[in-house]
Design a protein around this ligand. Structure first.
Ligand SMILES: [Zn+2]
Ligand SMILES: [Zn+2]
Length: 176
C-alpha cells in the first residue's frame, strides 16, 4: 500500500487516485485469521492549497466463528479514512494524520489499525442468532431441542433455591 505522491505534495490543486489491495491475513481475533481475503482501499490523495489529505474507503469481508453458535460468520467492514498528510515526523503519532517520508505514502499501518478497531464487536452469524442450548449443545437455529429450559430471573435464583431446599426438607419430614 505504498505510493509515491511527490507530484501531489509539490503541486497545490492536484490529486492522485488511490487503489490498493492489501494482505491483512495476519490479523487475528481469538486465534482466528479474520481477514483471509485481500482488503481493498480506494480513494484519493489531494492537495488543497498546500493542505494534503487522503480520503479513502477501506472495504474488507471478515470471517469468524459466530459468538453464540460457533458456526462460520461473515461480516463487512466498510471504513472511511480521512487523513491529513504530514511530512513532519513530530506529527507522525497524531490521530488522523499519516506521516509521509521521502514522498512515499504508506497506508498499511493506518488501515491495519482501523481494521483491528472495527473488530471490537460481537460477531454473529445473524443478528438474532439463537445460539447453542446450554444443556445439550444443539444449535437452536436449526430448531428447538428437547430440553426444558426453565428461565429463572437471576435475582430470584437464590430464593428459588431456598424454596426448593425447604420443599426437600418438608418431603423428608413427611417420610419420617
Ligand atoms: Zn450464530
Ligand atoms: Zn437442549
Amino acid at each position: 500500500m505504498r505510493k509515491n505522491i511527490a507530484d501531489v505534495l509539490k503541486n497545490p490543486g492536484t490529486a492522485l487516485p488511490l487503489d490498493f489491495e492489501a494482505d491483512m491475513s495476519d490479523i487475528e481475533l481469538y486465534g482466528e485469521r479474520i481477514f483471509p481475503d485481500p482488503v481493498r482501499v480506494t480513494g484519493e490523495v489531494r492537495n488543497r492549497a498546500g493542505l494534503v489529505t487522503v480520503e479513502a474507503d477501506v472495504y474488507a469481508v471478515g470471517r469468524a466463528s459466530c459468538a453464540r453458535c460457533l458456526e462460520p460468520a461473515e461480516f463487512v467492514c466498510d471504513i472511511p479514512l480521512d487523513l491529513t498528510v504530514t511530512e513532519n515526523a513530530e506529527n507522525a503519532e497524531l490521530e488522523d494524520y499519516v506521516y509521509v517520508e521521502g514522498d512515499m505514502l504508506d497506508l498499511h499501518g493506518v488501515v491495519r489499525d482501523e481494521l483491528i478497531l472495527s473488530c471490537d464487536m460481537v460477531i454473529l452469524c445473524q443478528p438474532d442468532c439463537r445460539g447453542l442450548c446450554s444443556r445439550c449443545g444443539k444449535n437452536l437455529n436449526a430448531g428447538d431441542c428437547d430440553c426444558v429450559v426453565q428461565e429463572v430471573d437471576p435475582r430470584l435464583a437464590g430464593l428459588a433455591e431456598l424454596l426448593a431446599r425447604q420443599q426437600e426438607r418438608n418431603d423428608t419430614d413427611r417420610e419420617v
